[in-house]
Design a protein around this ligand. Sequence first.
Ligand code: GUN
Ligand code: FE
Length: 426
Amino acid sequence: MKTFALKGNICFSEDKDTLRIFENSFVICKDGICAGVYAEIPETYQGIPCVDYGDNLIIPGLVDLHVHAPQYSFRGLGMDLELIDWLNTHTFVEEAKYKEISYAEKAYDIFTEDLKKSATTRACIFGTIHNEATLLLMEKLEKSGTKAYVGKVNMDRNSPENLCEKNPEEAIQDTEAWIRACEKFEHVKPILTPRFIPSCTDELMEKLSEVQKKYQLPMQSHLSENYGEIAWVQELSPDTHFYGEAYDKFDLFGGNCPTIMAHCVHSGKDEVELMKKNQVFIAHCPESNTNLSSGIAPVRMYLDEGMKIGLGSDVAAGSTLSVFKAMSMAIQCSKLRWRLKDQSLAPLNVKEAFYLGTKGGGEFFGKVGSFEEGYEFDAVVLSDQSLKHPQKLSVKSRLERMIYLAEEKHITAKYVGGRKIFDCKK
Ligand code: GUN
Ligand code: FE
């Protein structure tokens, strides 16, 4: 892979409290890895190709830690229910359609194309229980250049017959066949995906735990999203003290199994302690939590505790793939939580939200989500000139406006791991 530079107004997080801005500067990519940000191209790199993006903003690619690809088809529909009724009424009905490969082909073309055009460079994606459709989704993502973890979903109880694995044995056979079929992919990797405890028998979880150890896969699921769900898990797993324990008892809760748990809206003290100890990543999904009336996660506390946390769109409980929208909603929801529920937890600010959508979530993928040296080179170029303003605005203010106002038309170019995905200017 070659060495090149991009020139523009470069913005990235070093940590949750430190936003770095280098105006009119060069960010250098060497073999897919960031080699630093400079005011002038250093001696050693003289003569490398440079794309000049002028006054545009250049930011690290955004990271979506939680999104359901098959649900993209009904985004913006059916939001008047809470989680369990929403799943039964809308979600399971739609996901069952992906048994039909011609339907999956059409739906996943739309999802993959729209994700490609977004500012997201990395995503952790749920498919459905179907091997064929999930592999098709992975092929499309591989071609589009988005780097992703994708999961064939496991579910064998409390689900409609046409969206339920026959028994744990067959579920595992399918899962292992799917894992082996994933070996051909370079940019897209498998992640174990038990839907959530209410959908998975202990027998299935036991066997998934063996699969996790055998293939050393990461895992993703849902945790403490909704009060009704939490009460149901307590009934289904009476031997546990809190929801997270129902994953942990199968060694599927961080530690040696890198784990993302979506939501964590209502996690109690013991659950938080265990997540912290096991370095479980939280996917905070503020739009989803608003639409399904789930609640507002205590993100300030998670940040103060030094926990691993990023943002998720959670389409279709969230209506849009935009991680910018997740950033602005994380701020807005934290303000409502502070005002209405708990004044000991201060609202989030722009710096923190930008960190969550870049470096915070990026950490699940390794050195991702920043332009510090050694980070994988994921970059997005934003042209905000069409957002007119009479006054002079700093680069920091322009970035702030993008968090609230960015649309597809502002996303001019995208690079993932040093590969150009598109450049509208060229
Ligand atoms: N819990 C189990 N399945 C789902 C899902 O598809 N979306 C959300 N938001 N929560 C879930
Ligand atoms: Fe979800």
